[in-house]
Design a binder for this molecule. Sequence first.
Ligand SMILES: Cc1ncc(C[n+]2csc(CCOP(=O)(O)OP(=O)(O)O)c2C)c(N)n1
Ligand SMILES: [Mg+2]
Length: 897
Amino acid sequence: MTTKTEVAPKADFSAEMAEWIEAFDEVVAEEWENAAELLKVLRQRGREAGVPVASDLITPFQNTIPKYEEAPYPGDRNLERRVEALIRWNAMAMVHRQNKKDPGIGGHISTYSSLATLQEVGYNHFFRAKCIAEDGSEQPGDLLYHQGHASPGIYARSYLLGRFDEDRLANFRHELRDTPGLSSYPHPWLMSDFWNFPTVSMGIGPLNAIYQARFMRYLENRNLIKKTDRKVWAFLGDGETDEVETLGAVSLGAREKLDNLIFVVNCNLQRLDGPVRGNKRIIDELEGVFRGAGWNVIKVIWGSDWDELFARDHSGLLLRRMEECVDGDFQTYKAKDGAFLRKNFFGKYPELLELVKDYTDDQLIHMRRGGHDPVKVYNAYKRAVEHKGGPSVVLAMTVKGFGLGSAQARNATHSEKKLTDEALAAFVTSFDMPIPVEQAKAAAFYRPPQDSPEIKYMQERRAALGGYLPKRSTPEATFKAPALDFYKEWTSGSAGREVSTTMGFVSMLRGLLKHPEIGKLVVPIVPDEGRTFGLESAIRQVGIYAPEGQRYTPHDKDMLLYYREEQDGQILEEGITEAGSMASFTAAGQAFSTLKVPTIPFFMYYSMFGFQRVGDMIWAAADARCKGFLMGGTAGRTTLLGEGLQHQDGHSHLLFSTVPTSITYDPAYVYEMAVIVQDGIRRMYELGEDHFYYITMYNEDYPMPAMPEGVQEGILRGIYKFRAAEKGEATVQLFGSGTILNEVLRAQQLLAEKFNIAADVWSVTSYTELRRDAIAIDRWNRLHPANTEKKPYILEALGSAKGPIVAASDYMKSLPDVLAPWLQENGKCRLVTLGTDGFGRSDNREHLRRHFEIDAESIAAAALSRLARDGKIKPKKAQDAIAELGLNPEAKDPARA
Ligand SMILES: Cc1ncc(C[n+]2csc(CCOP(=O)(O)OP(=O)(O)O)c2C)c(N)n1
Ligand SMILES: [Mg+2]
């Protein structure tokens, strides 16, 4: 029995089919765009008629742009080939020499070898250092995200252009010498006039690039930058696409129609250990992913040498043979020689052997892949640049370690750092370099004079495209930060009304949004937590950014606080993506340099889903000299009640303390927050300091006091005395942070009223800042033993305050512990830390704080216990107090529970 699908088309239908094809060919000949439209319409018609229409996300394994559609190459092919060879040589020599001089110093050769043409066509014909806006004004140009481990090629290019001298090149990966070096990878922190975007942690570059393109659109739609046709170009490795960050946000590119975004995936079919998809084809896989997400996909698989073969192959066998191969095969063909290729690739079909019978083995093995052919690459870029309505991706097939002789296309090529003398000599021959053999073997750098045709050509091309790239610059700051006066509403207390620091912050943010000068520069970012933080009023005030405006009538339109989306909306409502939000934060926090607009991002998120989720992106943002405010909301292991183990954060402050450019604060009161935000904007934007802030905010309501006199310096430096003690039998110091300061104040009262103990209460706004100050002072003292010792601020602030110190916060004990080295007395540490080590629980604050032993009773008991151990009170008094305060000394240790 035959099934329906096995029935062959009726014989007479083939004639009809031929007619259809002929008709279609005529449409194609007239205008291929019409043909594309016709196909679309037919497909739609088919679907309507119930005909199963397969979608073709993955097209045949051939170049997207057929030869007959190619534009002629605008450059001087001969000179460009020589320039490319010079760059290849110096890039390779840089790594090779350094590893000979300093074994193990590392660097990469094979990535750039595969990438060279993809970069060069861009640098000679596409990457603009400046753009002209619609109104004729000059604006910053394209933004480039480079494959990090291809940096030797970028340095070599700059060397040829005279941007670096030979000494600088000789100091690749030697950054701590007397003369300036070159950083291993793109690091704006280390080369602040050169690199813009850190990319080497795989996946972060592409993700940031998408949001960078989106942020440019946002600024254009809000009239903060001029509209231009500037592009974001992101180069990435095919192995890099394994990272969830790389592909995780591609749908945003199409959704927001980002035709200012171009990805170039260097498909050399290999990553570090071996093939990317040995048993499949990575280009097919990526084509499906990107096309499915709505991107314009341009495949550059085969170089021009192959065009003739394809033209002569009327059977379709050549394409079929290619489609039979997987990437593991393609890698092997490039690792072997022409005879092998002839036998194993062409040899499968006699017709194909016949097709190449006039080719020598040498000719066969030198038939290039698309990514090594400037004509193919140029045409792909041209089409990408001209494409309207969405982002483009160029999937370019290349060879890893191209031209590196025995290292080419080998599994181990990524780790190749040095070449043999013979390989160096062969390199020079194969790229036709004018370098004598002896110099070649010494891997001498080679730069022709500036008036040589090659260098003149390079200079002319860059001049035509507006100047050198990459280049990072920061305009002189003209920013005037609002003075503390502006924050009066938030420094003068809540007049007894119970509010949270989160509410205080949102109200302050709304105030900042209204500020006549800087209001427009504020960029609120939220990952679907606006309602959690009470942002509804801000949504009404400035709207949510939506490039297409609001194309529907929101169901709550007749309410005051409706969900308002606007083309020039100011809030970036990112949806449930902390990584995407962090990418927006990075784009906005760098705009003072990349786009010359000092936007001030405030990214508000669940503190638990922050650092531990996107820590590497935060690290990259720091490297990028990013500014702004990260606002860790619903903070604290015990203040966020009910949510339990996965939500309650007791460690984000510790995690942030690892980032050199992050300044962290854990304020208790809104006035502290106001002082911190005011000073932050002043330092970052007026003084031009390159750092960002991490501030925790809580959702516990209590009356906010007015700012006492003279506390500003203490707030900013990390500690000030909030309430002094009455007299008592013994004295103790209590440190409190965030909402736990309230528990500390209650402990002060308990100690005074029930136990006759005098306790001073200090608000510690930042253990991390206090420690940074102390270690800097210690270092100075260590290096200047003959000078009078300086005092860290923590000791200056404490002055003659006596007794042990009990520190309590909603964070782990190791947070206050960072101050232990400075809080010693008679060989004993004065510090007793209470904190929230261990997993969170679902319960209310009262129970949570009792469980973690940071409630007022536990704090008072800890003070008494320590006073007893110090011999200041009787041990029995302390033991009885534990019972009197209702604590169970045999309760389970929360750190292990
Ligand atoms: C997050 C992260 N994990 C691992 C590495 C180490 N690493 C550097 S390059 C590389 C392989 C890259 O392969 P691919 O993206 O294909 O680039 P190619 O060198 O082949 O162009 C790896 C694993 C890294 N830099 N970042
Ligand atoms: Mg690769």
